[in-house]
Design a protein around this ligand. Sequence first.
Ligand SMILES: [Mg+2]
Length: 247
Amino acid sequence: MTPPVPTPAIGGILFDKDGTLLRYDESWGPVNREAARIAAAGNAQLEPRLLIAGGMDPVTGQTMADSLLAAGNAAEIAEGFVAAGSPFEPETLAAELDALFVRAAEFSVPVTDLAPLFAQLKERGLKLGIASSDNEMAIRRTAEHFGIAGHVDFIAGYDSGFGAKPGPGMFLAFCDATGLAPAQVAMVGDNNHDMLMGRAGGAGLNIAVLSGTGTRETLSKLADHCVEDITALETVITAPRKTAAGE
Ligand SMILES: [Mg+2]
């Protein structure tokens, strides 16, 4: 059992997307390879070098925790690829990568059947949001593809105008949008930039999931709880059921 953490009454959950709602390696391995292919502009020898610079092993397909590819947004990945030898202008490459990430949304692999899980959390009266380093259109495409768009109260990407992780902007915008205080919100993610965003915003709970690129070792310092994946959220969030509100 995880040691008890004083649990505030949670009224909302803000989810990261990749590695949290979606399986990271299965969803993003092929996309990262395609991103490197685009960035290499026909130079096949450059492709593996770009992947390595981004934190992905071109042979095993595994991506390192908190690496550029695991945690960066398209603008940051483009800058990293250019620094590692891509001949593009960073802005041009970022636009190419954003377009790729929107196309990739429908090929992504979810951690679990998301629609019933989100319906169940919603049924408990929780406000739900997604805050990702991906672009907003790609997140919306993902939410629609997996049938959770109707259950989600808030979506923000790195291009939504609330700043990027690990800054608190997207977290605080979720609080604004839902009327919840930061202490009523649980932040759920697979990278330390999610946990840092939660801390910076004053989240009531920081919940790390081990379904992405992070590990118990990399995440436990900043997380109140580490759980295997989002199917275990019920074990650490004690939101009152609508019918048991104590009235
Ligand atoms: Mg993630």
